[in-house]
Write a protein that binds this ligand. Structure first.
Ligand SMILES: [Zn+2]
Length: 415
């Protein structure tokens, strides 16, 4: 099973927007951007929403059937580990092996020694086509990198083999993810990680590193765009090199776990993948839920009332909701409007505070991040929430589709 050159993770917390998301992908295709949709959902999201992996499979299959989509599509068991993968095996055909928690734990000395020996030929000045300066790899760096990452890659190997034993090799797409960690990985580390991935026999088609800068949920990239661009291009060069050198799948590409809406780096990513003739997988995940709220608010009446009540609850349960996401949000509580103020807002006031349009003076990224992690509140509303989605499905779908097409696919794959 082969992941195409361009693909996009389109998470959908409440499994109601599959058709709207697919419509955006179809429209992108008409405009020249062929992108494979990947419906991804993590164990964390499932447990907060109270859904199960088979629901995502049904959503994807139903959307594909209702639109007669003939292109490839996938269902991604996002951020799974050995402890969580089993529930996903049947319904998923894309697995994001999350081994970030094992980074920094040392493998057995013999395993480290064997890795260092096997990669001695990389020592010294290593010219990698596409990177101006040769990579300098000393014995110490090789040793330290093995100590830092080898155990994590071995863990990825265990998860991969566990899935392969159940599904059969070649019947699913494998991603290795190391993004949910504090320290970005350098291009040299990426090279050595890929050497280890190949040695473990993991046919990774995507790899998700932790990039430089902050990738807060649902809001803009915070960091040095130029530095990001350099790092991203070096990673592309390293991947090309590693594919040749270590015999990894030739469609191996970077997966950008964007946390959604990193508009300032879409341009640089788009230009870099063109220059390197590389593919990319972009995970955007959670903003579909925010577009649902925008759609409900824009509908006014009971839709707007639900959006306000979600905000009121989320505001009152700040610590509980933000806790699991503490490392990927940055909310200034002083700048959150009080619920009784929000209660006085009309449709436009609510949608313009929430919609990610930084040119709009009313846009409030603190409110946006709080609502981003506040989907638990909507999940608890159960049918009250999903019935409202059904009732206002047209205006919700319009916001969901526009967001994917205009804010994500267009800047990255069309412009
Ligand atoms: Zn991630």
């Amino acid at each position: 099973m082969r992941l195409p050159k361009f693909s996009m993770g389109i998470g959908d917390r409440f499994a109601h927007q599959g058709v709207a998301q697919l419509d955006a992908v179809i429209e992108a295709g008409r405009q020249g951007a062929v992108v494979a949709p990947v419906w991804n959902k993590s164990h964390r999201e499932h447990s907060i929403v109270g859904s199960s992996p088979v629901d995502v499979r049904h959503e994807a299959d139903d959307a594909v059937q209702s639109r007669g989509w003939r292109g490839p599509y996938f269902v991604d068991a996002d951020h799974i580990g050995l402890g969580t993968v089993d529930a996903f095996i049947e319904s998923s055909d894309f697995f994001t092996l999350d081994v970030a928690d094992s980074i920094g734990n040392k493998a057995q000395p013999a395993a480290i020694e064997a890795f260092v020996q096997a990669n001695r030929k990389l020592l010294g000045s290593l010219s990698v086509p596409g990177i101006d300066e040769p990579l300098e790899i000393s014995q110490d760096l090789l040793q330290a990198t093995a100590e830092k990452f080898l155990l994590a890659v071995a863990e990825a190997g265990r998860i991969y083999r566990h899935i392969a034993a159940a599904k059969g090799e070649g019947n699913f797409v494998t991603e290795v993810s190391m993004d949910e960690t504090e320290q970005p990985q350098t291009p040299v580390e990426m090279l050595l990680i890929l050497a280890a991935v190949a040695a473990e026999g993991i046919p990774a088609q995507t790899i998700a590193p932790r990039f430089t800068g902050r990738f807060n949920k649902g809001v803009e990239y915070v960091g040095d765009v130029q530095r990001f661009t350099q790092e991203f291009e070096a990673d592309l060069a390293v991947i090309d090199f590693a594919v040749q050198r270590f015999g990894l799948p030739e469609n191996l590409k970077l997966s950008v776990h964007s946390g959604s809406d990193k508009f300032s780096i879409y341009g640089p990513i788009g230009r870099a993948i063109k220059r390197f003739d590389a593919g990319v997988h972009l995970k955007t995940a959670g903003t579909t839920w925010l577009e649902e709220l925008i759609g409900l608010a824009a509908a006014g009446g009971d839709g707007l009332a639900i959006a306000k009540s979600v905000y009121r609850s989320a505001h009152g349960r700040f610590d509980e909701l933000c806790g699991p996401y503490a490392s990927v949000i940055d909310i200034n509580r002083e700048q959150l409007p009080l619920p009784h103020e929000v209660d006085r807002w009309d449709q436009t006031a609510f949608t313009s505070a929430l919609r990610h349009d930084r040119s709009c003076p009313a846009y409030n990224q603190n409110l946006r991040q709080l609502l981003h992690v506040g989907y638990k509140v909507a999940a608890e509303l159960g049918a009250q929430y999903t019935d409202a989605l059904d009732k206002h499905s047209l205006i919700v779908a319009e916001n969901v589709g526009q967001n994917i097409l205009e804010r994500h696919i267009r800047p990255l794959f069309i412009d």
